[in-house]
Design a protein around this ligand. Structure first.
Ligand code: UFG
Length: 338
């Protein structure tokens, strides 16, 4: 069944992949994005409305103009370190602005909402892998702001009958397998794009943030999950709500359930870029504040309830797609000089 979906933050990394996914599945998409971190050039499908969820008048006119069947909300500030330095910005953008969106949805009777949440809602893990029943005890304003929205969604379900699915991403990574979209953060802080930028010479060496963690090789272990698989989970969540199979406020972890150390990620990337004649440069650094040693998802609930079957479980595929995108951004082909 074809739906009309509002994708808030559809010009960003994950949102732009979602728009492609929805449009190719036959849905009609309107993107709302203030372009504060997203890029208009990444909205290659659907109609882009430039504006912010802070603008209640704009939201009112958008919902008056369109009869949306559901809303997917990707627009949020998402840098842990920045959230510690500027918490007010995080609570305003991630919490208060999301409330504006929920308000207009309530007024117009739009009852299906998919929300970008994060593994950061769990805080320091007390068990691993992390399931949805793990306590939510965020240790930074970013994680706290996402958890506050999840709490609001529970209350909106009880009071207004809003159906919502919060998807707690682990390490979103990779790029569109067809090479049309990818990660474009500025500044870039994530491990995989930084490794690949080092190979393409768009930035300097990548620094390993500590080798003294209690893991097999001393570097942090994370759960890298392909952006296309994340999009598939969003689509399944919306379909499940629409079909009446999911009601109220639910939350699911989205991860590959496989841990990879920083060292392992660098080794896989190094092998891949060498096939094209490039080299990753690596520096040794100290721990980054607030990094837990191990973060790995238990995603069995999403698999069972949503029927989610990630297609790109291999780290090599994730990095290969990200490398394809990085070469495009850097204007590279094979390097015969090295
Ligand atoms: N790392 C480095 N060097 C770098 C960048 C990262 O060694 O230059 C390491 C980090 O210490 C970490 C791993 O690589 O161990 C992954 O780091 P990222 O910054 O790519 O991702 P995070 O695991 O810190 O963050 C991700 C999401 C956040 C979310 C968090 C959940 O990007 O939005 O998972 O804990 F909050």
């Amino acid at each position: 069944m074809n739906m009309k979906i509002l994708v808030v933050g559809g010009a960003g990394y994950i949102g732009s992949h979602m728009v492609k996914h929805l449009v190719l599945a036959g849905h009609e998409v309107v993107v709302l994005d203030d372009l504060s971190t997203g890029l208009a050039s990444q909205v290659k499908w659907g109609r882009l409305v430039v504006g912010s969820t802070a603008d209640a008048e704009l939201l009112a006119s958008l919902f008056k103009e369109h009869r949306f069947d559901g809303v997917m909300h990707f627009a949020g500030s998402s840098l842990v370190g920045e959230s510690v330095a500027e918490p007010a910005r995080y609570y305003r953008n991630n919490v208060a602005n999301t409330l504006n969106l929920l308000d207009v949805m309530t007024v117009h009777g739009v009852r299906h909402f998919v929300f970008s949440s994060t593994a950061a809602v769990y805080g320091e893990p007390v068990t691993t892998p992390i399931g949805e029943t793990h306590p939510c005890a965020p240790i930074n304003p970013y994680g706290a702001s996402k958890w506050m929205v999840e709490r609001m969604l529970q209350d909106h379900a009880a009071a207004y009958g809003l159906n919502s699915v919060s998807l707690r991403y682990f390490n979103a990574s990779g790029a569109d397998p067809e090479g049309e979209l990818g990660e474009c953060h500025d500044p870039e802080t994530h491990l995989i794009p930084l490794i690949l930028r080092s190979a393409s010479s768009r930035s300097g060496p990548v620094t390993v943030f500590g080798r003294d963690y209690p893991t097999s090789d001393g570097t942090c272990i994370r759960d890298y999950v392909h952006v296309t698989d994340l999009c598939e989970a969003h689509a399944l969540a919306l379909e499940a709500m629409f079909a009446g199979r999911l009601e109220g406020a639910t939350a699911f972890n989205l991860g590959s359930e496989q841990g990879a150390s920083v060292n392992a990620v660098i080794e896989v990337a190094q092998a891949l870029v060498r096939e094209d004649g490039y080299e990753v440069a690596v520096l040794e650094g100290t721990r980054r504040r607030g990094d837990p040693a191990v973060l790995v998802a238990d995603s069995s609930l999403a698999r069972q309830t949503l029927g989610w079957k990630p297609r790109f479980g291999q780290l090599r595929e994730i990095i290969a797609h990200a490398w394809q995108w990085e070469k495009r951004l850097a204007g590279l082909g094979k390097n015969n000089r090295k």
